[in-house]
Design a protein around this ligand. Structure first.
Ligand code: NAP
Length: 232
């Protein structure tokens, strides 16, 4: 499969490296490849510059959002919350229509300080916004409720724990589920919540996730839904 990962941060890099290791063709999308490659400093979160990471992953190309999306069968949104719609608009509806979009982003707004707030929230979600703006994109919200290292290596946390999928398109959710299984997620631990409006619930797990991160002092934890008997 050919994947486009929109986003050059920790999430984009982690998903891209896993997909490449599984034998997929992977292109990472960014606003301006030259600018991204020219960065020499770590970002505010301490993420090393992209060019340094790419030295260890020479098979993963960097392209504009549009070029990355144009070549892909499946697109992954790993941009910041505020960057998601601008990135998808830059990717272009013609390059996205009909494709599956795995949306991992959370609409965290840091502009009012810490902890961040969610925007949109309660009666809307980023997943729904994306689906509304791109009605022919087959949006599946997933993996947004855990740290990125766990997304591609669920065994980092011992025992049973869960990943959620939300989306309107049954076949797109099937493709997402197959991908999650290839990442190591047991099918029984994948909970299909229903249509894309259910992304409100998983995005609204972020406030408690962030507080748990602070309280526990590490990110190797996840939600386990006791009593969830099936993956459907
Ligand atoms: P991030 O720093 O949140 O986002 C970086 C990406 O966003 C970059 O590719 C950047 O583009 C793009 N971006 C920012 N503003 C933009 C704009 N105005 N227009 C277009 N693109 C824009 O990266 P991250 O920490 O890897 O997180 C990615 C997403 O995953 C976030 O939504 C986050 O909430 C979610 N998430 C993160 C984790 C985690 O473990 N960190 C876990 C679950 C969910 P350029 O490449 O051009 O700079």
């Amino acid at each position: 499969m050919r994947y486009a990962i929109l986003g050059t941060g920790m999430v984009g890099r982690t998903i891209a490296a896993k997909l490449a290791a599984l034998g997929h063709e992977v292109v990472i999308g960014t606003r301006d490849p030259q600018t991204t490659l020219a960065r020499t400093e770590a970002d505010a979160m301490g993420t090393p510059p992209f060019a340094r990471w790419q030295q260890d992953h020479p098979g993963i190309a960097l392209a504009t959002f549009a070029d990355a999306a144009a070549r892909a069968d499946i697109v992954v949104n790993a941009t910041s919350g505020a960057g998601a719609l601008p990135a998808l608009e830059a990717a272009g509806a013609d390059n996205l229509n009909g494709k599956v979009l795995l949306d991992i982003a959370n609409p965290l707004d840091f502009s009012r300080g810490m902890p961040p707030v969610l925007d949109p929230v309660n009666t809307d979600s980023l997943g729904e916004e994306i689906q509304r703006v791109f009605p022919d994109l087959r949006v599946v919200k997933t993996l947004n409720t855990m740290n990125c290292l766990l997304m591609v290596d669920p065994a980092r946390v011992p025992g049973e724990h869960n990943v959620f999928v939300s989306g309107n398109d049954t076949d797109a959710k099937k493709a997402a589920t197959e991908l999650l299984v290839s990442f190591g997620w047991p099918e029984k631990d994948i909970i299909d919540l229903g249509d894309i409006t259910t992304a409100r619930g998983t995005e609204m797990l972020l406030p408690i996730w962030l507080r748990l991160w602070g309280a526990l002092g590490h990110a190797d934890f996840n939600f386990h839904i006791a009593g969830a008997r099936t993956g459907s």
